[in-house]
Design a protein around this ligand. Structure first.
Ligand SMILES: NC(=O)C1=CN([C@@H]2O[C@H](COP(=O)(O)OP(=O)(O)OC[C@H]3O[C@@H](n4cnc5c(N)ncnc54)[C@H](OP(=O)(O)O)[C@@H]3O)[C@@H](O)[C@H]2O)C=CC1
Ligand SMILES: O=C(O)C(=O)Cc1ccc(O)cc1
Length: 449
């Protein structure tokens, strides 16, 4: 435990450097400088004049480039696109101040650590971080991974902890290998599921919330729509980077596509018993030890709809039961891979907790799984949509497996364009929904809801 006097002394004498003043870099720059740390930032050199003007009254300083940040900073944080990390560390790493601590914010740590090992001078310490939430989420209580990879002095670790403490996040200490394995599930597969839903809707040219109360209506459907659109309103490179650069993510996304395909095939073949047995086994494996209350309930989520329609007593307006293939497939994937998602709560993002919450709701609400299987086998209303969903899940899996950033960008942006007119409204409603869900979750990081 470091004394208040030491921290005050560090605040008066040490500099934090941030390379990459995008969404996350700016979040950190504001938080650290508000907490009294001296912060120096840069983005691409071409943007220097604009940024200097834009942040003229900010509490942090903007300089021309990463060399100038590096030579003055005691702790340097690279907050740049994952696909460029090697190139950017190669460029600025050798300018790091002697004995500096260096870290990054990229979402997958293997390429970042490799870049640091390859390009940083040997006297630099490597202590890297990852905030497991987006730039608009309140940092308080969210998981923050700290990876103490290489440090010559115990003081370096204390220093990073002191800097990070102003985020009020829940600090989790892991190796980079542990981090990448867990986040493949909590991030990459979660995104693959919602990306696939969005591309399936875009392919059939449907805004699901516009179909009245008959289809995609109700709390679980609101989650699917709001989270999918939330992802598509962000930058493609964040999702591409964390999936493509993480080898564990390739295998897990492939399993998600395979589970979707196999479950859908059982539906097409009318194999109700086989489908039921497989899903009951998955339920036992994933939720067998679950006790206590569920995180989510359908009525809590019902009000977060983009739809203007409401259900009335008229029987014609009864929502059609959905096969919920996207949710069945994630639970089946966890089962097939032997993953207990509750053990991954330490690296959970808000989106992962919600995905687990809705899956839990589907599998543990009495009678709901049985009703869903019944609909999946006997009701054809979602067949065409499920087919598109399976194709999309397989497409995303192929793009990630082939590490094709360009195709990822094209596919992402095509769907983004389709939903463009709705993204601002969807974001407002999605933010409200996420706020409510997070305030209802009891102890998100213990693994018990
Ligand atoms: N967004 C999120 O929700 C989260 C993202 N992350 C990770 O954090 C990192 C940053 O993400 P985010 O802030 O969202 O992305 P941004 O695109 O908003 O920020 C990255 C910034 O780095 C700039 N940059 C590129 N090259 C250089 C360079 N040579 N020198 C200085 N700056 C440069 C980029 O400029 P330009 O745009 O011109 O390339 C951009 O402004 C990513 O690795 C991401 O995976 C982690 C947690 C959450
Ligand atoms: O919560 C999510 O999954 C997000 O979409 C935001 C996000 C993106 C990248 C990260 O490394 C961490 C969080």
């Amino acid at each position: 435990m470091v004394s208040i006097e030491i921290v005050q002394q560090w605040k008066a004498t040490k500099y934090i450097g941030i390379i990459g003043l995008g969404d996350m870099g700016l979040l950190y720059a504001n938080k650290f400088s508000d907490a009294g740390w001296k912060v120096i930032c840069c983005d691409r050199e071409d943007f220097y004049e604009d940024l200097k003007e834009k942040y003229a009254s900010a509490k942090f300083e903007v300089v021309q480039n990463g060399h100038l940040v590096s030579r003055r900073s005691d702790y340097i944080i690279y907050s740049v696109e994952a696909s460029n990390i090697n190139k950017i560390v190669e460029m600025y790493g050798p300018s790091s101040k002697i004995g500096a601590i260096v870290g990054g914010q990229t979402s997958c740590k293997l390429p970042e650590i490799k870049a640091f090992e390859q390009h940083l001078p040997k006297d630099c310490n490597i202590i890297t971080v990852h905030s497991l939430h987006g730039p608009k989420v309140n940092t308080e209580g969210q998981p923050l991974v700290i990876i103490n990879h290489r440090s010559q002095h115990p003081e370096s670790f204390d220093f990073v902890n002191s800097v990070m403490s102003c985020l009020k996040s829940k600090r989790v200490y892991l190796t980079y290998e542990e981090h990448d394995k867990i986040t493949a599930d909590t991030q990459a597969v979660t995104h693959a599921a919602f990306l696939s839903m969005g591309s399936a809707w875009a392919k059939v040219k449907v805004y699901p919330w516009t179909l009245g109360v008959n289809k995609w209506y109700g709390g679980l459907e609101n989650v699917k729509v709001n989270i999918s659109l939330r992802i598509y309103s962000n930058k493609w490179h964040v999702y591409a980077g964390l999936a493509i650069t993480n080898p564990s993510a390739h295998q897990q996304i492939l399993q998600y596509a395979t589970s979707s395909t196999e479950l859908f095939t059982l539906m097409l073949d009318n194999k109700k018993q086989e489908l039921t047995e497989r899903l009951l086994q998955a339920r036992k494996f994933v939720f067998g030890k679950h006790t206590g209350l569920l995180l989510l309930d359908d009525t809590l989520l019902e009000k977060y709809s983009l739809s203007k329609n409401t259900v009335n007593d008229d029987t014609d307006s009864k929502p059609l039961p959905n096969s919920h293939l996207s949710l069945l497939a994630i639970v089946d994937s966890w089962y097939q891979l032997g993953i207990n998602p509750y053990e991954h709560m330490i690296c959970s993002t808000p989106l992962f907790r919600i995905f687990l919450g809705v899956s839990e709701y589907l599998f543990l609400t009495p009678g709901l799984l049985e009703q869903t299987i019944d609909a999946a086998i006997h009701d054809q209303s979602f067949r065409k949509d499920d087919l598109e969903f399976v194709i999309s899940a397989r497409e995303w899996s192929s793009i990630v497996s082939f590490s094709n950033f360009e195709l990822y960008k094209k596919q992402f942006q095509a769907v983004q364009e389709f939903f463009e007119p709705m993204l601002p409204e969807a974001n407002l409603i999605g933010n409200e929904m996420i706020k409510t869900i997070l305030s209802h979750s009891k102890e998100p990081l213990t693994g018990k809801y």
